[in-house]
Design a protein around this ligand. Structure first.
Ligand code: HPA
Length: 271
């Protein structure tokens, strides 16, 4: 383990005492509301943790929240880090490594994404069952730390089949319109052109976004089962592409958020 991670963990453990988190949660753009369901035990600003990267986005608040959700001990990252902010892939995924070292056994991830599949509409949810990485590098590039995982980690079940089945069942029982599909990650921060949306659909994408894949690769490297869910905030349908703003993306994410929060919290109760 790197000295930098060691120092972060030491600082966090000193703050949280004997709190032993079981589940890590990464909350995406406009999707921080799950935190309201947590009985908060400790809250630590990223900026106070040695070596922790700080979110540069004003709408991502940048806190690690420790507490109880449905009776389970969780850590939630309120505010995630993106490659387009200028961080390296290793920096983006540093908190995932830290959460694993703090003891989490599952990683749950949410994000806002654009729909590529004509049957998946704005405001719908999509459980991610696979991904295509179009970001320019892997967070595993560089010397491999065998203490974390193998040089060439398997990605044949990058998203836990078991967790996907549970998530779909929870959604169905509550009549929530929840699809499953393939998430394509791009660098951003610009959205896509018509030709790019068309291309992303042709190569097999159902949704496109600027996050998640680095975290999922690192989680798989460490053998952590992953569940990831997208809120589809806009429609990347090239025949009728409408301009979209960050405000609209956040507004759509906030509107759909209660459905997503429901699925995540019910899922957590089964873990
Ligand atoms: N493209 C890329 N990232 C996104 C989108 C999109 O259309 N919507 C939300 N995040």
């Amino acid at each position: 383990m790197s000295q930098a991670l060691n120092d972060s963990i030491k600082y966090i453990k000193n703050k949280i005492g004997d709190f032993e988190p079981e589940i890590g949660i990464v909350l995406g753009t406009g999707l921080g509301g799950l935190v309201n369901e947590i009985e908060i035990a400790h809250s630590i600003m990223y900026s106070s943790i040695p070596n922790f990267p700080i979110s540069t986005l004003e709408f991502h608040s940048g806190k690690l929240i420790f507490g109880l959700l449905k009776g389970k001990k969780v850590i939630a990252m309120q505010g995630r880090l993106h490659y387009y902010e200028g961080y390296s892939m290793q920096q983006i995924t540093f908190p995932i490594r830290a959460m694993k070292l703090l003891g989490i056994k599952h990683l749950l991830v949410s994000n806002a994404a654009g729909s590529l599949n004509p049957d998946f509409k704005k405001g719908d949810l999509m459980i991610i069952n696979d991904h295509i990485n179009l970001q320019p590098e892997s967070p595993l590039r560089g010397l491999n730390d065998e203490a974390f995982g193998p040089r060439f980690p398997d990605m044949s079940q990058a998203y836990s089949k078991d967790l996907i089945a549970k998530g779909l069942k929870i959604a169905k029982a509550e009549n929530i319109n929840c699809h499953q599909g393939v998430y394509v990650s791009v660098t951003g921060p610009n959205l896509e052109t018509k030709a790019e949306y068309r291309y992303l659909r042709i190569i097999g994408g159902d949704a496109v976004g600027m996050s998640t894949v680095p975290e999922v690769i690192v989680a798989n490297h460490m053998g952590l089962p992953v569940f990831a869910i997208s809120v589809l905030t806009d429609e990347g349908f090239p025949e009728d592409l409408q301009p979209v703003s960050l405000e609209e993306i956040i507004a759509t994410a906030s509107k759909a958020e209660p459905k997503m929060t429901y699925i995540l919290s019910q899922l957590i109760s089964t873990l």
